[in-house]
Design a protein around this ligand. Structure first.
Ligand code: NAD
Length: 465
């Protein structure tokens, strides 16, 4: 891109941010009624355009309509409903204790909107991941610019068409584009940058944010392990693991990335998983309308190449015409190969033998802290150990991914899987500054903290402290 085009983008986006800042400073986003109105408008947008939304997601990922509901719109409806009904409570000043030394006085925390936020979405749930952060941004009283992922171009265009028709154009805007556009957006001064995507770009985002000391939320990925212990119900574990890997063809940041199971139970688990995949997607998943495709040729080539890095126990077939890859279970993967060093982000699932929970926890801890981790067990003791010994973003015991359905559970990674959480109140707080306020009474005003100091005042201070 030529320098002058770069400059044009910079000018255009600077003007856009300034325009939204004028709207924010005007106070339009402050009244709760306005925020409720915007959330209602977003709900109407999703309801009235169900067909358009399904078409765009099918064009990008061949997403089955059921998965559009399950992975995209249902979560948005739930978050809108949750925020709408609790927002007033979240926005209220939160009273806290005032110590003796500050008496007479009152202390409270007042949530303040941050200002103008930049929300950068990812392609795998391209509608949900762009709009879900906008819900708390609205609820907390912010303006925002959305940058949907160019890797899902139909959904990106659809968002760019719909959002200005439903939401307040003075407060919200959509910018479409790829690296040059995102780079120019990142050069602007924001009050918060909310990014969803891979860690490599996460670092670019954080570096750009550092220029203006802008706070960031990074919703990243990583390798989410699933441990199946010797007490687990294999049938239920197999069913849920198969679902978690088949959904959106494994292109889910919290999809089970690999399985750890003891040698004695491995083959029974695999036999059960094979049954479950067939039950869900038939004998030829490549031909199933209930099964999504890999997003594009580049990712298709990347994921297909992983199949050769282990022994195929289930699946293994691919179709370059449709970019579909069968749900594929691999045995004895090469631990130094990319299938085990990088996030898979596709329908390939390596199974690794691990003698017991100790060995499994040790295995997971050798890598980065995962975004999510799953344990299938009937042992309370194993559950406790798993929860206390493994650092990760979120956990499901005896299932995968379902914590996403509960807006009361904050969502976000830790370490290399991300920083900052959202959904429900966590999202509201993320897009707020929790302003500390102390309001003092004027009388009495003892002289203890004022000079001239004396031994008596020191004694009193020590007593108060
Ligand atoms: P992506 O390619 O869609 O990129 C994400 C965003 O970054 C896009 O909007 C894109 O335009 C922008 N971008 C790309 N390159 C850039 C650059 N050089 N400079 C500035 N911006 C740039 O998505 P991806 O990175 O392929 O996403 C996959 C990753 O995202 C996986 O690791 C997955 O686990 C993670 N993910 C995390 C979550 C979560 O909620 N934690 C959700 C979905 C995906």
């Amino acid at each position: 891109m030529a320098d002058h085009e770069d400059n044009d983008l910079n000018h255009e986006y600077r003007a856009l941010v300034e325009r939204l800042r004028v709207a924010f400073d005007s106070g339009v986003t402050r009244p709760l009624d306005w925020r409720r109105g915007q959330l209602d408008a977003m709900k109407s947008m999703l309801e009235e355009n169900e067909g358009v939304i399904a078409e765009a997601l099918h064009a990008d990922l061949r997403k089955p309509p059921q998965e559009v509901l399950l992975g995209e719109t249902a979560l948005l409806f739930a978050e809108i409903k949750h925020a709408r009904s609790r927002m007033e409570r979240w926005a209220r000043p939160r009273k806290v204790h005032t110590p003796a030394i500050a008496q007479p006085g009152r202390s409270f925390i007042q949530p303040d909107p941050l200002g103008v936020a930049l929300i950068i979405g990812a392609w795998n749930y391209p509608l949900q991941l762009t709009l879900a952060p906008l819900i708390p941004a609205i609820a907390a009283g912010n303006c925002a610019v959305l940058k949907p992922s160019e890797v899902a171009p139909y959904t990106s265009k659809m968002i760019a068409n719909l959002v200005p028709r439903y939401l307040d154009r003075n407060a919200f805007a959509v910018v479409e584009g790829a690296v040059p556009e995102t780079t120019a957006l990142l050069a602007q001064r924001w009050d918060h940058i909310f990014y969803t995507g891979g860690a490599a770009v996460g670092k670019i985002v954080m570096k750009a944010a550092a220029e203006h000391l802008t706070p960031v939320t990074l919703e990243l990925g990583g390798k989410s392990p699933a441990i199946v212990d010797d007490t687990a119900d294999l049938k239920s574990a197999a069913r849920r693991l198969a679902w978690g890997k088949a959904l959106n063809a494994g292109q889910t940041c919290i999809a089970p990335d690999y399985i750890l199971v003891s040698p004695g139970r491995r083959d029974a688990l695999i036999a059960e998983m094979k049954k479950q995949f067939t039950e869900m997607l038939g004998d030829n998943p490549l031909a199933s309308d209930d099964y999504a495709a890999v997003v594009n040729e580049k990712h298709f080539e990347r994921v297909a190449a992983l199949i050769a890095q282990g022994e195929v126990a289930i699946g293994g077939r691919t179709d370059p015409e449709t970019n579909k890859i069968e749900p594929t279970v691999l045995l004895n993967p090469d631990l130094d190969a990319t299938v085990m060093t990088d996030e898979i982000f596709g329908p390939v699932l390596p199974v690794i033998e691990s003698d017991d929970l100790d060995a499994s926890i040790e295995f997971v801890r050798r890598g980065d802290k995962p975004l999510s981790a799953y344990l299938f067990t009937r042992s309370r003791a194993s559950e406790q150990r798993f929860l206390s010994e493994l650092a990760c973003g979120s956990v499901c015991i005896n299932d995968v991914m379902m914590f996403m359905s509960n807006p009361d559970l904050p969502f976000g990674g830790v370490g290399m899987s991300g920083m900052g959480q959202y959904h429900g109140q966590a999202g509201f707080d993320r897009f707020s500054h929790l302003k500390s306020v102390m309001k003092r009474g004027r009388f009495p005003d003892p002289s203890i903290r004022y000079a001239p100091y004396s031994d008596f005042k020191t004694k009193l201070l020590k007593w108060f402290a």
